[in-house]
Design a protein around this ligand. Sequence first.
Ligand code: AMP
Length: 433
Amino acid sequence: MSTFKPVRGMRDFLPEEAKIMKYVESQARKTAELYGYKEIITPVVESYELVAAKSGEEVRLRMYAFEDLSGRKVALRPEFTASVARLVATTLRNEPKPLRLFCVGSLYRYDEPQKGRFREFWQSNFELMGSNKPEADAEILLLTNRLMKSVGLRNYKFKIGHVGVLRSILSKEGLTEENQNQVMQRMDKKLYDEALKMVRDAGASEKGIQTIRELVNLRGEDPPKVLENISETVKDYTEAVEAVKNLGEILSLVAKTGEKLGIVIDAGFARGLEYYTGMIFEVYVPELDIALAGGGRYNKLVELFGGEPTPAVGVAHGIDRIMLALQEQRVEIGIKEKQPVMVIPVSESLNAEALRIAETLRMENIPVELEVMGRKVSKALEDADRRGINYVIIIGEKELKEDAVVLRNMQKKEQTTIKIRELATILKPSQAS
Ligand code: AMP
């Protein structure tokens, strides 16, 4: 018995799991189509410098980074946004805006493996480049809602904040961007006391510290009301008031569509990635305490990579976690699959005929599994029965002379002789299962 197994944090997806993953992926692709996002495929290996630039300490420290054989410092991508921003800063630089880009694939982070946290995981990623308008932010929230709904999830909630609120206060209180990042990282991990101590140590005023302390405790499910409270709390910080107003506009647009999004506004909400500049959000279901998706506005990244100033907003949906949530909520997934027909030759001398007939049926789009184990018909039929096959075609010498085969209905345990040329017509209606 071999002792090989997947490396810690890596998983195999067996057919049933792979099928569900492909289903979620197909729903993401459908969502992309519905909202006009074009799919692109970017490399798994990127330059370390690119992915490290603004990913935040948390992700930076957990990257699979190494030197390739030419001594280039590279990393397995820990997220998609840097790659898409690189493209928009370079190859797609002169493309008319807005640019709506979609990608799906695997990401790598050396996270501590636990439920819903893996070292290789999958995301579907949407980026809307070139617009600073609230309707762009609203679109990202709405398409995320559409995806969650289309896979069949229930009771999911959007946790929403705006980094502009905290950042503009910290900035006015004299904290450097580096210090702000440190504070935001503590906030992201809900280490509020540590975050407040950092703010104090950086020389912020008592009023500033008090304002942040109040914000951290400000959250609720009634957006207009919570936003009004936040606005009142930050009233002495003009830019923070503007940020709250921006969030209000985005959420009012979403509300006007009639889509009923479950929303929790959280004024002390921060996200690990450093590039966010505006609205930020995550999606949760009650059954799991980890986010299914995360996103927000990042207006400086493309410029940081040497591109034109390009306001942008995007989202990454964690496919593994969506799968986990579907399992937790026991969502029945209606994946339509064609049932294969099994083709069994009665003796080895008929193998070539069996193969030929199988190919003829496949040309007609009928999935066929051929008996390749050299088993006797009775054994092969037992196997077909065990695997729930509906129809078996038995190839025998006598029937072949008449250009015919035996077609066996496994459920009814009945069989008839059928002309080969009639097989496809008879089998087609029985395919959908
Ligand atoms: P982020 O890129 O950190 O904003 O993450 C976006 C989404 O990716 C999260 O909401 C998760 O659904 C998913 N995700 C991030 N890290 C992991 C991980 N280690 N394992 C599984 N899913 C992850």
